[in-house]
Design a protein around this ligand. Structure first.
Ligand code: PEP
Ligand code: MN
Length: 339
């Protein structure tokens, strides 16, 4: 952190200020005297320094805080919002509403094409579908793998919707050549070797927050990708584990404005995994967009009761239609009322 001091303070007053910084926080203070001002360079445990508090000291002219652990994803590094162009011409970020919809798992050609057609007609601009499923139990459906990706590509060719699918291991990367957005799931958010490899691609990455990871850890994971050269990253809040058992996870709604403040990357929300409850998808999605999210990724199934994974939390295409309409109206209202 860099603190520039105001003119007209005595050496004594400056020394007292430096002493109070050292005693209140575990930081090292390096004083630089320039012809125009006195500048303090603070290093060490600067994370604990609250710029709002420090700026209340009369002596302080300005503060610049350099994030230590994530740099290129931060707003200090790049102030303008990152906008991600998809081949379909849809842009993720800025004033656009991104609606990614589809089943938890790709199950058959008939299933994925039927859902793809419906969600496209009802307002989705991307199709999701898991082919490699990281299931908690090894006895649960693990996804159709290569065949699942091939079926998803057929649904893309049919509808023109860009496709999103999760990668669980870098060994499968070749299979993702025609996948438009590669998803890194919550369980792999800190698979740093995977993140580094994805950083070498020129392809959008949808990075989900780990269920027990902090906002800063999510940003550091994004930094692994961007530091290898790939800045096409979409952050995704998908709920975190708390003591509350009513919902599958707890949607951390405050993470949205915080991520937007700290980073220039687009942020979307997954209300399906955050709640695990279909009737919560609408209010959580509305809350997410109101808080500044750039879109949602939601699980939609044509026969939720017979889905091979996460059917209990999936909404039907018709419910998606209703929610998409409400979200579009909300986004238009928010865009027209921007300060
Ligand atoms: C998914 O999107 O299907 C998924 C497994 O999500 P998460 O990684 O957020 O649990
Ligand atoms: Mn799922």
């Amino acid at each position: 952190m860099i603190i520039v001091l105001k003119h007209g303070y005595t050496d004594n007053q400056i020394e007292n200020f430096v002493k109070s910084l050292k005693s209140n926080y575990k930081v090292t203070v390096n004083k630089i005297i320039t012809p125009n001002s006195v500048v303090l360079n603070l290093t060490g445990n600067t994370e604990e320094l609250n710029p709002d508090k420090i700026s209340k000291y009369e002596i302080v002219e300005s503060i610049t805080q350099e994030p230590n652990n994530f740099k290129k994803v931060s707003r200090n590094y790049k102030n303008s919002n990152t906008i991600i162009d998809l081949k379909s011409k849809h842009k993720v970020g800025n004033n656009n509403l991104t609606l990614i919809a589809g089943p938890c798992s790709v199950e058959s050609l008939e299933q994925i094409c039927s859902i793809a057609n419906d969600v496209k007609n009802f307002g989705a601009n991307c199709l999701r579908g898991g082919a490699f499923k990281p299931r908690t139990s090894p006895y649960n459906f693990q996804g159709l793998k290569k065949e699942g990706i091939e079926l998803l590509i057929q649904a893309k060719n049919l509808t023109g919707l860009p496709i999103v699918s999760e990668i669980t291991d870098i060994r499968y990367l070749d299979l993702f050549e025609n996948v438009d957005i590669i998803q890194v799931g919550a369980r792999n958010m800190q698979n740093f070797e995977l993140l580094k490899e994805l950083g070498k691609l020129d392809k959008p990455i949808l990075l989900k927050r780990g269920m027990s990871n902090t906002i800063e850890e999510l940003l550091m994971s994004a930094e692994y990708i961007i530091s290898e050269g790939n800045s096409k990253i979409i952050l995704c809040e998908r709920g975190i584990r708390t003591f509350e058992p009513y919902t599958r996870n707890t949607l951390d709604i405050s993470s949205i404005p915080i991520l937007k403040r700290l980073s220039h990357l687009p942020v979307i929300v997954d209300p399906s995994h955050a709640s695990g409850i279909p009737w919560l998808i609408e209010p959580l999605s509305m809350a997410a967009i109101s808080c500044g999210a750039d879109g949602i990724i939601v699980e939609v199934h044509n026969h939720p009761n017979s889905a091979l994974s996460d059917g209990y939390q999936s909404i039907t295409p018709y419910t998606f239609k209703h929610i998409a309409n409400k979200l579009l109206k909300l986004k238009t209202f928010l865009n027209s009322n921007k300060p």
